[in-house]
Design a protein around this ligand. Structure first.
Ligand SMILES: Nc1nc2c(ncn2[C@@H]2O[C@H](COP(=O)(O)OP(=O)(O)OP(=O)(O)O)[C@@H](O)[C@H]2O)c(=O)[nH]1
Ligand SMILES: [Mg+2]
Length: 492
């Protein structure tokens, strides 16, 4: 009796504290937003544009709190985790705005806290205090996320799948060297450090080739083979899948046993801590994909992207009874799959791009057996680097996009100097989106004369300054729609 009374008073006190905290404005709810995507997908640019537009009151008509003038102020605050690198917002913005250069590539996790003070739309909440929401934005490499499914796989499963993927037509030639080396090696032979190293290096070279290749393939695990962080050269990274293991148990002292142990060490020392400390604490997630590049490469690359999105989604919402469920302390309730860089297309194609991403996400959701979180899609450009125009060609009027291609970019044999503005006819996405998913259609050869979309990289836009010398916020396409989905309801 006494103990339940204590419990009651404790709970009552906590409830009271919360209420008075709210009344005095001390209570500041937070939302943890994960931003991920395979390398070069546009994470750093997205976060920079997100924060810049909120701090500088950008044009965000689809972001309700901003549109109705309820946001009093948005500012950066100290992040909650002292051991995680800070997202270098100021450096990235300086590059974008002053130098018109894209930010450097990032190789690890980072974090930033943005606090928004707003007036609640409901009279009841307004009575207590002005609202305040802290958004903790966490940027991490998508490659690392693809490791999560490994937690449920044995070394035997991992090996079998790696070889199955390696002989698919899109990867066959890239994996040849590694497969040839593997074929010479007997897993049952005595463990040997040099053999392990040769195999690991050859396997890592194959994974890197997939990434660098113009086919723009999505990554295969283990993620740290591409982004080792501080683990380079450690035994936990010196392993590789082995061929022809069947259901055999490893003989003690064999190469098989050595690789098996290292694979398990990778899971224990790399994969698990990362998920426990970062992923399981997220409330919302945006997954950025470079659909433009995959579309340009063809249906094989699209299928590959779809596979990666499926794996990623299945990480966030493990089904009941899954080994992953125990790892999650919070539940992600909203996931946005966003195709960035839509400014490479004329606006007439934006809806088609969005429809393609929707199809891809729907199929991934169905395949990942995924329920319980809202999934939405958007075709956007976090930073819009182009304007639109038309060009007359004979009797035809062609819709074009106008921007400054990065120095060294080429189209039809012409090389750009990085200074000249150019009008480019980007081509249209197909009206019938089945075509982009039809794997019976061969992929474009990387050096194709007639790519699906004419794709050059542009420099960031030149920002206008007002008469007072204030730079305006970064232009974008549908960034406001993304904001509304990701945080809009928390500012209601
Ligand atoms: N035109 C245009 N290009 C973009 C946009 N977002 C990203 N890019 C291009 O994509 C490149 C990669 O963007 P980042 O934001 O650095 O990508 P990331 O996902 O952070 O990449 P890593 O840190 O290397 O994993 C940039 O250098 C730009 O060339 C966009 O909204 N519009
Ligand atoms: Mg980055």
């Amino acid at each position: 009796m006494a103990s339940s009374l204590t419990t009651f008073t404790d709970e009552a006190r906590i409830a009271l504290d919360t209420l008075s905290g709210r009344a005095t404005g001390l209570f500041s709810p937070s939302l943890r937003l994960g931003v991920t995507g395979l390398s070069r997908a546009g994470k750093t640019v997205f976060i920079s544009a997100f924060v810049h537009n909120l701090i500088h009151g950008g044009r965000l008509p689809l972001f309700e709190a901003q549109k109705s003038g309820r946001i009093a102020r948005a500012f950066l605050e100290q992040q909650p985790d002292d051991a995680v690198p800070r997202f270098q917002y100021e450096d990235h913005i300086a590059a974008l705005v002053n130098d018109r250069a894209w930010p450097d590539s990032t190789r690890a996790i980072s974090e930033l806290r943005l606090t928004i003070e707003y007036e609640s739309a409901s009279g009841w909440s307004r009575m207590f205090s002005a609202g305040k929401l802290s958004v903790d934005i966490v940027d991490y490499p998508g490659e690392w996320l693809l490791d999560l499914p490994l937690l449920g796989k044995s070394f035997g499963d991992f090996s079998r799948e790696a070889f199955e993927m390696a002989v698919l037509p899109v990867r066959e030639d890239l994996s040849q060297g590694w497969r040839a080396l593997s074929a010479e090696i007997d897993p049952n032979a005595d463990a040997d450090e040099m053999t392990a190293r040769r195999l690991a290096e050859s396997f890592a070279a194959y994974l890197k080739a997939c990434k660098l290749d113009e086919r723009a393939l999505s990554t295969l695990p283990p993620g740290r083979f591409l982004m080792p962080g501080d683990l380079e050269g450690s035994p936990a990274l010196t392993f590789a899948p082995l061929a022809g293991l069947g259901d055999r148990r490893p003989r003690p002292g064999s190469l098989h046993a050595m690789m098996d142990r290292r694979y398990e060490a990778y899971k224990t020392h790399v994969v698990k801590p990362f998920f426990r400390e970062h992923i399981t604490r997220l409330d919302r997630q945006i997954v950025l994909i470079d659909a433009m590049q995959a579309l340009n490469a063809g249906p094989g690359a699209m299928a590959d992207l779809e596979r990666a999105v499926t794996e990623i989604l299945s990480c966030f919402r493990p089904g009941r009874g899954s080994f992953l469920t125990d790892l999650f302390s919070r539940r992600i309730d909203r996931i946005l799959v966003a195709a960035t860089k839509a400014d490479h297309l004329h606006h007439e194609s934006h809806d088609r791009l969005q429809a393609i991403v929707r199809r891809l996400a729907d199929r991934a959701v169905a395949r990942a057996n995924f329920t319980g979180a809202d999934v939405d899609v958007v075709a956007m450009a976090a930073v819009r680097a182009t304007r639109e125009g038309t060009v007359k060609q004979g009797r035809e009027t062609l819709p074009v996009i106008i921007g400054t291609p990065i120095a060294g970019e080429k189209i039809n044999g012409e090389t750009f100097d990085g200074k000249t503005e150019t009008a480019i006819f980007p081509g249209d996405l197909p009206e019938n989106i089945d075509a982009v998913f039809d794997v019976s259609v061969p992929d474009h050869k990387p050096d194709s004369e007639d790519p699906a979309i004419r794709f050059v990289r542009f420099r960031p836009p030149k920002l206008e300054r007002t008469a007072e010398g204030v730079t305006l916020s970064l232009p974008h396409i549908r960034l406001d729609r993304a904001l509304q989905f990701l945080i809009g309801d928390r500012l209601a």
